[in-house]
Design a protein around this ligand. Sequence first.
Ligand code: DC
Length: 202
Amino acid sequence: MIFTVAIDGPAAAGKGTISKEVAAHFGFAHLDTGLIYRATGARVLAGEDPLAAAQDLRPEDLQRDDLRTGEVAQAASKVAVMADVRAALVAFQKSFARREGGAVLDGRDIGTVICPEAEVKLFVTASDEVRGERRYQELFGKGQDVTREGVLSDLRLRDKRDSEREAAPMKAANDAVVIDTSEMTITEAVEAAVAAVGTVLR
Ligand code: DC
């Protein structure tokens, strides 16, 4: 069975948790496409050329444990502006999306560019303040040296860059179901996403 769930939206809206839970619920494979950009960004921070890093990306690059920092997030957002870097990463994502057995991909351009033919498209969002607080708690909880103000302004900077870039800007596909998680618990958000997929799968 070929079945793709495309989940897009801004940073810290809950895409990651929702994607994992939806994939587990339906037995689909999951790809966090942000990790691909983070891994490329991390290699650029280490001095590599962005395109060379993207073209040479390896599975172990995605397993590095230093990809979830504010610094790597910004580096990811910066390399993600480059059309040649994005082009180098497209084929892998497209084939993952149409793999046998069902797939959930989360990112910024999955429903619009990577898999416009996805059977289900969700756009998961939340207010800046809610997303900032969630990301602050996440990073602070991991022992990172962060402030609420710093996390919120980093997030806004990244959203602006991600949505205003020319190549595959972040936006909801016309046929996406929008889930605003500002006032939802994570359980409610997952239930809403599972229900949206269930309607189409049935
Ligand atoms: O989802 P994330 O926060 O881990 O993504 C990090 C950055 O990668 C994000 O700011 C923009 C970029 N990105 C992208 O341009 N397209 C995607 N499909 C996923 C991420």
